[in-house]
Design a protein around this ligand. Structure first.
Ligand code: NIG
Ligand code: FE
Length: 420
């Protein structure tokens, strides 16, 4: 018998790939072949070029289950110290997020807890969060710094993010978010802090290989357009892509700014106007929707979905997992809420956590079920894609493959490439 050409063949699957332009997202009675960690073949079971056992060393039937690309969470602040459950109660009693921030709570409270935590403590506290996202189908996630606001702690956060990727069988993309909040010790010296971030922290952390992209919080309680521009100029010099927390609480026209720099994404966007939408469309900047923060802050103004659709802006959806505005540990729940709260269709929401999320991270090797893509796959205990948004909670993921290997097996082997 000739040598099998593939490592693994999954049979009898409902295959759902969400790339734009595909006529029908669902291919029933499908099969998917994997070789060297990549998808080698996708098609109908009946069209396989030979008998399954001749084609692959390992053959598994999934009995009609749905297979999708591994989910991609393109906006998280998953590594932090402490929690802010008390603020949740304060907000329920009527104090606003901005009021809490101006009174020295909010992000500043997490900064202080994070500065107090060792690298090991931060890692140990972050593992269950990463594992919860993974258990619900995430194979790639972005993690931001921004709770250190001084070099040592920002470095610690980014190192922990990298380690989560290496040791948890996830691909982790890091974003440096030094311009997240003004640290208390710089209260009267804004310019000095912005200079420190742009001229010292970013170049140093980038040189250490800890930064995949650069982010900022462009907001009245964060940083101005001018301050953000200064950061983006430095990122450009260093050859790093940019993204932005934009138009979350007010309209500073941050979306146009990040688009001007060819940004990967503009995120939140509840207050986005048409000029920002047009600038994003022209630059190919992805709109990242974060319904968890909208829900937790009990906002009432949704992002302008109709305008985004009208101008053809790609839409992604993410958890924004963070201790203040979105303590959310399920990307599927974010997709579900993007449907119920923002009016996305399930197909749009699922594109938002796969193919468009990949684009928001600048990754073109994943997010669809296409030959040549990384074999990051999820086998689900459902048959229809819409069910991934329809079920609120519940452990729906049956098996997760990372680069073609079941996740638990990779964990057991303790050799976990953080392939990116
Ligand atoms: O994406 N808006 C700024 N950053 C986070 C919130 C961080 C926090 O409150 O700790 C966000 O919502
Ligand atoms: Fe955020």
């Amino acid at each position: 018998m000739p040598e099998p050409r593939w490592d693994r063949l999954l049979l009898n699957a409902s295959l759902a790939s969400f790339e734009v332009g595909a006529k029908d997202p669902l291919l029933e009675r499908g099969a998917i072949g994997v070789q060297h960690g990549r998808i080698a073949w996708v098609g109908r079971l009946d069209d396989l070029p030979a008998a399954p056992n001749e084609l692959a060393a390992t053959v598994e039937s999934v009995d009609g289950a749905l297979i999708t690309p591994g989910l991609i969470d393109c906006h998280t602040h998953l590594v932090f110290g402490g929690d802010r459950a008390a603020e949740f109660e304060q907000r329920l009693n009527g104090t606003s997020y901005e009021e809490i921030a101006r009174a020295g709570g909010g992000i500043a409270a997490t900064v202080s807890a994070t500065r107090d935590a060792s690298e090991e403590q931060l890692y140990t506290q972050s593992v269950p969060r990463a594992q919860a996202l993974q258990a619900d189908g995430v194979t790639t996630l972005e993690i931001k710094s921004g709770y250190g606001l001084e070099l040592e702690t920002e470095r610690r956060l980014l190192r922990v993010a990298r380690r989560l990727g290496r040791e948890q069988g996830l691909t982790v993309r890091t974003s440096f978010l030094g311009l997240h909040a003004l640290p208390p010790e710089y209260r009267d010296r804004r310019d000095a802090y912005v200079a420190l971030v742009c001229d010292a922290m970013l170049p140093e952390l980038a040189a250490e290989g800890l930064v995949d992209a650069v982010d900022a919080f462009c907001e009245n309680i964060g940083f101005s357009r001018e301050e953000t521009r200064r950061l983006f100029e430095r990122a450009r010099q260093l050859g790093l892509p940019v993204k932005l927390h934009a138009e979350q609480l007010s309209d500073l026209d941050g979306a146009s700014l990040v688009a001007e720099y060819g940004g990967l994404s503009a995120d939140h966007l509840e207050h986005l106007g048409e000029s920002g939408v047009k600038a994003m469309a022209a630059a190919g900047t992805v709109a990242v929707l974060l319904p968890g923060a909208y829900h937790v802050l009990r906002e009432t103004r949704a992002p302008p979905i109709a305008l985004l659709r009208q101008h053809g802006v790609p839409i992604a959806v993410a958890t924004d997992c963070n201790p203040g505005t979105s303590p959310m540990l399920s990307l599927r729940l974010a997709a579900s809420m993007a449907c119920t709260l923002f009016g996305l269709t399930p197909l749009e929401a699922l594109r938002g956590v796969t193919v468009h999320a990949a684009r928001a991270l600048g990754l073109s090797d994943r997010g669809t079920l296409t030959p040549g893509q990384r074999a990051d796959l999820v086998v689900w205990n459902v048959r229809q894609p819409a069910e991934l948004c329809y079920w609120v909670g519940g452990g729906l993921a049956r098996t997760i493959y990372v680069a073609g290997e079941p996740v638990s097996r990779r964990k057991a082997s303790r050799r976990l490439p953080n392939a990116s």
